[in-house]
Design a protein around this ligand. Structure first.
Ligand SMILES: [Ca+2]
Ligand SMILES: [Ca+2]
Ligand SMILES: [Ca+2]
Length: 729
C-alpha cells in the first residue's frame, strides 16, 4: 500500500526540467485558415470578425529583442474557434468569451515549446489551451481546459465561483492555484501548483493534484474522487478528503496531515494516506468494501474527534482512541489498538493487531462478533452484549470482561491478573483453548456462577489446558459456591471438539496461603475429552456428566444434590474408570491408583443422602475416612454375611460402601483380597492424598484403633477361612 515515493520524486524532477519556461521571444506571424463551421486562424489575424486582435501596438520589447504586443479578445459568438498558435507571443491581455456550448481552442501548432505572456488572461466561456505555457495571472470564470502536453503557468491561477477547471495534461502552476469552484484532474493528468488553496471542490477523475506548499483544503471544500493528492509539505484539511470512485492516495511525505475536517472513503473505495504524521481532530468515516489506511504514521482519535466505522477497514501501524473521542460502528481495524475511551462496535468487526484496553476504557461489541487477531491486554472493560468475542491470541485481563450474555472464545492463553475479573450472565460462555491462568484475588467481583466455561483443544495444540482453581476450600458447603470463583458449568470438550484440562493451584487467589478448590454447579466431560484434577478438590452441586474421562489422581470429587441421588450414574462412571483394578478406563479414574503397583489404592464412592463423594483412598476404605480399620471390615462383613447366609443383597445394592471394592457388582474373595492387602500395607495409616485428609485421631480413638487392630488380625484369619468356604461352594 505504501506509495512509491522515490519514483514520484524522480517524476517531479523530470517534470521540473521539462517545464522550465523558455525565454519570451518575439511575436511572429502565422496563418489563419478555416474549414467547416469552425473558424480557424492564426493568432495574429486582425481581419477576422470573430475575434479582435489589436495589432501594431508597439510595446516595450522583451528581453531586449523588441516586438509586437497584442491585446486579444475572443468574442462570445455562437461559434467555436480553433486558434493555432505558431510562436510565442507577449500580449497585453487576453480575454476569451464564447456562447454556451462553444469553445475557443488555443493549440500549439509549432510542436515545440511556445508561450503566451500577458498581464492577465481571463476566460468567461469555454476555453481549451493545448500545450502552451502561460506567463501571467489566469482568471477562469468559465470552463478552462488544459489539454495534453506538459506546461507551466507562470502566475497565479484563480478558478472563480461557478467556473470549471479541467486538467487533462500535466500542468505546473508557478504560483498559487486558488479554486473557488470546481477543478478536475483527469486520468493521467497532474495539476500541480506552488501553493494550492481549495475553497470548493477538486475532483480527481483518475488524475492528481498537489502543491509544494502546504495544501489548504478549506472549510466546506473537498478533494474527492480517485487519484492522487500530493502535498509533501503537508495538508491543512478543514474540509473533506474523500475517496469516491476508487483509490485516492494522499501523499504528504515528510509533512503532516492536519485534519480538523473530514476524511472518508465511500463504499468500495479506498483512502490511502502516507504522511510523517497525522493530526486528526475532525471526523472520519470508513465506508464498506474499502477503508482508510495510514501507511506510515500512527493515528490518534483524540477527545472531540470521531471515527465512524461503516463496514470498512481503518488501518494504521498504531491506533490510539483517547478518552472523550467518538469511535463506533463496525468493520475492520488493522492496527495495534490502544483504547482509552469507548469503542462501541455494533456489527461484525475484526481487529488485526494487539489490543491494549486501558484502565477506565471500554471496548464493547453488541449483537455481533468481534475477532481480535492478536494479543489482548485488558485493564479496563471488555463487554459483549449478545455477541461473541474471539481472542485469537493471548488474553491478559487485569480489568473486567463481561459477557452479557455472550460468548468469549480465547484461542490463546487467558491470564487474569490479580485485579482482573471475568463476569458472565446466564447463557454466557467462555470458551478456552489455551491456559486459564487465573491470578485474580477479586472473588467478590469475579462472577462466572451462571456462566459456562468450556475448554476445547486448540487445533494442533499439544498438552492439556491448565486451569487455575481459586475457590476457598469450604468443603461441600453452600458458601463454597458464593463469591468464591465458582463456575456455572465447566465443560471439557463439546460435541464437535474434544477438550483436555489439567487443574492446577499455583496462585494463591484467596491470599491465605491455603490450598484451593474448584466449585462448579455442573460438570461435563465430553466423549474423547479428559479432565485431570491433579488431585485438587472439586465440588459440584448440579450435575456431573462424564462421557470422557475424569482423572482424580489422589483427589476427590463431591457432588452435592437435591432430589434423586445421582449415585448410580456416578458409580457406573467410577466402575468404568476402575477397569478391573487397572484404573485406566474411560470414566472416572485415578492415575495414582493406576500407578500403584501394589494395587492397594483406588477410588471409593459413597452416598450419604446429601452428596455423592468419590475419593482416592485405600482399597477397602469403605467409609472413605482415609484409613482401613474395623469400621470398614464391619461393612463388608455385614454385607457378606447377609449375602452368603441369608441370600439377601444389601439395601442399596452391592457397592463400595458395603465392600464391593473392585466394582464388579458383587462381594467376593477379590474384594476381601483388596481390603486385606490394603489393611496390611497401610498399617492403619491414612492414605497419601485424598480428601478430606484424615483427621488426627484423639488419644481415646487411638486406643480403640489399637484394639481394633487386634480384632482385625483375628478377623483376617477368619476371612481366610471364609474364602475357602466360597471355593467350596
Ligand atoms: Ca489458586
Ligand atoms: Ca475407613
Ligand atoms: Ca466385588
Amino acid at each position: 500500500m505504501r506509495l512509491c515515493r522515490p519514483a514520484f520524486v524522480a517524476a517531479l524532477l523530470i517534470l521540473a526540467t521539462v517545464l522550465a519556461p523558455a525565454n519570451p521571444a518575439t511575436a511572429a506571424n502565422a496563418l489563419w485558415w478555416s474549414y467547416g463551421g469552425v473558424w480557424t486562424g492564426t493568432w495574429e489575424d486582425t481581419d477576422h470578425n470573430h475575434w479582435w486582435g489589436y495589432a501594431g501596438t508597439l510595446y516595450y520589447p522583451h528581453n531586449g529583442l523588441g516586438g509586437l504586443n497584442w491585446t486579444v479578445q475572443f468574442n462570445g459568438g455562437a461559434v467555436s474557434y480553433a486558434v493555432e498558435v505558431t510562436n510565442s507571443h507577449p500580449v497585453t491581455w487576453i480575454s476569451s468569451t464564447t456562447a454556451p456550448g462553444h469553445v475557443v481552442e488555443l493549440t500549439n501548432w509549432l510542436g515545440s515549446r511556445i508561450y503566451l505572456q500577458f498581464t492577465s488572461f481571463t476566460n468567461t466561456g469555454g476555453l481549451g489551451v493545448n500545450n502552451i505555457d502561460l506567463y501571467g495571472p489566469v482568471y477562469n470564470q468559465g470552463e478552462w481546459t488544459v489539454r495534453g502536453g506538459m506546461v507551466n503557468y507562470n502566475g497565479n491561477v484563480t478558478n472563480h465561483a461557478d467556473a470549471v477547471w479541467n486538467t487533462k495534461g500535466t500542468l505546473q502552476v508557478k504560483g498559487t492555484f486558488t479554486n473557488h469552484s470546481h477543478a478536475r484532474s483527469y486520468g493521467g493528468a497532474t495539476l500541480w501548483a506552488d501553493a494550492f488553496v481549495n475553497n470548493d471542490r477538486v475532483s480527481l477523475l483518475g488524475g492528481s493534484v498537489g502543491s509544494d506548499a502546504e495544501f489548504a483544503n478549506n472549510s466546506g471544500a473537498a478533494v474527492a474522487g480517485a487519484g492522487g493528492l500530493y502535498a509533501p509539505a503537508g495538508i491543512d484539511n478543514q474540509g473533506a478528503i474523500r475517496a469516491e470512485t476508487g483509490t485516492l492516495a494522499v501523499y504528504c511525505g515528510e509533512g503532516t496531515l492536519t485534519s480538523t475536517g473530514h476524511l472518508e472513503n465511500l463504499p468500495n473505495t479506498a483512502l490511502v494516506i502516507e504522511a510523517e504524521a497525522v493530526d486528526h481532530q475532525g471526523t472520519m468515516t470508513v465506508g464498506s468494501g474499502g477503508g482508510i489506511t495510514f501507511t506510515s504514521c500512527d493515528l490518534e482519535n483524540p477527545a472531540g474527534a470521531t471515527v465512524a466505522l461503516l463496514g470498512g477497514t481503518l488501518a494504521a501501524p498504531n491506533l490510539t482512541n483517547r478518552s472523550g473521542a467518538g469511535f463506533s460502528g463496525f468493520g475492520g481495524i488493522i492496527a495495534n489498538l490502544t483504547n482509552q475511551g469507548l469503542i462501541d462496535l455494533y456489527g461484525p468487526s475484526q481487529i488485526v493487531g494487539n489490543v491494549q484496553n486501558d484502565p477506565g476504557a471500554e471496548l464493547a461489541i453488541r449483537n455481533a462478533d468481534l475477532l481480535i487477531d492478536g494479543d489482548t491486554v485488558n485493564d479496563g472493560t471488555i463487554r459483549a452484549v449478545n455477541g461473541t468475542v474471539y481472542f485469537e491470541g493471548d488474553l491478559t485481563d487485569n480489568g473486567t470482561i463481561v459477557m452479557d450474555p455472550s460468548l468469549a472464545v480465547v484461542v490463546g492463553d487467558l491470564v487474569v491478573g490479580q485485579s482482573g475479573a471475568l463476569v458472565g450472565d446466564a447463557g454466557s460462555t467462555y470458551q478456552m483453548m489455551g491456559r486459564f491462568d487465573n491470578r485474580s484475588t477479586r472473588r467478590a467481583a469475579f462472577d462466572l456462577a451462571a456462566t459456562t466455561v468450556e475448554f476445547i483443544c486448540r487445533p494442533g495444540g499439544a498438552g492439556p489446558s491448565e486451569m487455575e482453581i481459586a475457590g476457598k476450600n469450604l468443603g461441600p458447603a453452600a458458601a463454597g459456591w458464593t463469591n468464591n470463583f465458582a463456575v456455572g458449568t465447566l465443560r471439557v470438550g463439546n460435541q464437535t471438539w474434544p477438550g483436555h484440562v489439567q487443574l492446577v493451584d499455583v496462585r494463591d487467589n484467596q491470599a491465605d496461603g491455603l490450598p484451593e478448590a474448584l466449585y462448579v454447579h455442573d460438570l461435563s466431560v465430553a466423549a474423547g475429552s479428559t479432565l485431570e484434577t491433579g488431585g485438587l478438590p472439586v465440588y459440584a452441586d448440579g450435575t456431573v456428566e462424564v462421557a470422557g474421562t475424569i482423572d482424580l489422581a489422589t483427589g476427590g470429587l463431591v457432588l452435592d444434590y437435591d432430589g434423586a441421588s445421582p449415585f448410580s450414574t456416578i458409580l457406573a462412571e467410577v466402575a468404568a474408570g476402575s477397569a478391573g483394578g487397572a484404573w485406566d478406563g474411560v470414566g472416572i479414574r485415578s492415575s495414582a491408583a493406576a500407578a500403584d503397583s501394589q494395587r492397594v489404592t483406588a477410588l471409593g464412592i459413597i452416598d450419604d443422602g446429601e452428596r455423592v463423594t468419590v475419593d482416592y483412598t485405600w482399597c477397602g476404605d469403605a467409609n472413605l475416612d482415609g484409613v482401613v480399620d474395623s469400621n470398614d471390615y464391619d461393612k463388608i462383613d455385614t454385607a457378606w454375611t447377609l449375602w452368603t447366609h441369608e441370600g439377601r443383597v444389601p439395601e442399596g445394592g452391592f457397592r463400595w460402601f458395603v465392600g464391593d471394592f473392585d466394582y464388579d457388582g458383587t462381594i467376593d474373595s477379590n474384594d476381601y483380597d483388596r481390603i486385606d492387602n490394603a489393611w496390611f500395607l497401610s498399617e492403619g495409616g491414612p492414605v497419601a492424598g485424598g480428601t478430606p485428609p484424615a483427621p488426627t485421631p484423639e488419644p481415646a480413638t487411638l486406643v480403640l484403633l489399637a484394639a481394633g487392630a487386634v480384632g482385625l488380625a483375628t478377623r483376617r484369619r477368619r476371612r481366610a477361612h471364609g474364602r475357602s468356604e466360597i471355593y467350596k461352594q
